[in-house]
Structures are given as C-alpha cells and as structure tokens.
Design a protein around this ligand. Structure first.
Ligand code: MN3
Length: 206
C-alpha cells in the first residue's frame, strides 16, 4: 500500500476544550500519532505484500507476528478513527437506529455508558475501550491492550476511546474515570459512530 499519512485533525486544536485541551491534542496528534506514521513507514518500506488497505496491513502484520509493524499500523488505524470519534459539543443524543441498537444490546444508554467507562477503567495499563459490532450485527463492549483493536478479533469498531496516559494525563492527571466520563458525555461524535453502524460489519480481504 501507499505510505501512511498523518491526517489533519477534523477541528482546531482548541475545539475540544475544556474536555481535551489544545496541549493534549498538539502532543497526541502531532507527536504520538506522527511517530506511529513515521515508524510504520520505516518498517513497511522493507516489506512486500502486507496488503492494499490499512486494515489489511494491520491484520497481516498481526498474523505474521510483526510486532513493530502491527503496533504502529494498529495505532495509526486507531487514531485515524479516534479524531473522528470526537467533536466539539459532542455527546448528547444518538441517531435513531443506533440508539435502538444500543438499547436492545445493553438495556439502556446508561447501561452502555457504565459498561464502556468500566472497560476503559479496568484496562490495565495502556489500551483502548470499544463499542463493537459482531458479524451478527450485535453490539458489545470490549477492551484491548496497547495497539490492539477489534480488527484482530473479527469485530467492527463503532467507537473507541484511547486510555493511554498520553490521551488524558495533561488534562486529568491520573483520573482516568473522569476522562472517560467526559469522553462519553461531552466529546463523542455520535454521527460518526452511526455512520460506521449503518455500514454494517467490515469485510476485509486480508
Ligand atoms: Mn493515543
């Protein structure tokens, strides 16, 4: 595939203030995400047949046990979505079909909220909390360590929250639960989650 590129943030650096500061976004996007892109490009330039799409590269690197490529490509994929999973004045109501599916899968939005936050809180060390869709279209909560993501588990990510310390330490210090609450209540871009939900389970040819 073509080289990895760092996408621009879909909003200004101070757009998510006070829930996520400009300083956090400058470090997180310009330094951390940039490093995954640069390191991934260095590794993949010496390899052939790792796939046509980023999703294929992530899965093929995982299958090949290439931890260096998997970690950088996985984090590139995770962060590309992560920037779009947030927006200024986020949180609030979900589009209808998605809201119905959340209620059917978890009982209520509050039950989903509690389980999602708990997954992020109980992910020991670095990783991600997720809302995912299985092949049967059912929604579930999961958590993964480090760069791992739902792709390697055959699940389609609808929403993910980065619980690496670099995502919240400037704004929340060690209070990861407060960050997770602010993410769900004030940052989530439910329109983007609904867009992924309406596409249905991902089909990857890796
Ligand atoms: Mn991160």
């Amino acid at each position: 595939m073509a080289a990895f590129d760092l996408p621009k943030l879909p909003y200004s650096y101070d757009a998510l203030d006070p829930y996520m500061s400009a300083e956090t976004l400058e470090y997180h996007h310009d330094k951390h995400h940039q490093a995954y892109v640069d390191n991934g490009n260095k590794i993949i330039e010496d390899l052939e047949n790792m796939g046509e799409t980023l999703e294929e590269v992530v899965i093929n690197a995982h299958k090949a046990g290439n931890a260096g490529l998997f970690n950088n490509a996985g984090q590139h994929w995770n962060h590309q979505h992560f920037w779009n999973w947030m927006k200024p004045d986020g949180g609030g109501d979900r589009p209808g079909n998605l809201d119905t599916a959340i209620n059917e899968s978890f009982g209520s939005f509050d039950d989903f909220r509690g389980k999602f936050i708990e997954a992020g809180m109980t992910q020991f060390g670095s990783g991600w909390a997720w809302l995912v869709m299985g092949d049967d279209g059912k929604l579930e909560i999961m958590k993964t360590a480090n760069a791992d993501n739902p792709l390697t588990h055959g699940k389609t990510a609808l929403l993910g929250c980065d619980v690496w310390e670099h995502s919240y330490y400037i704004d929340y210090r060690n209070a990861r639960p407060k960050y997770l609450e602010a993410f769900v209540d004030n940052l989530v871009n439910w329109d983007y989650v609904a867009e992924l939900f309406e596409k249905g389970p991902l089909k990857i040819a890796a």
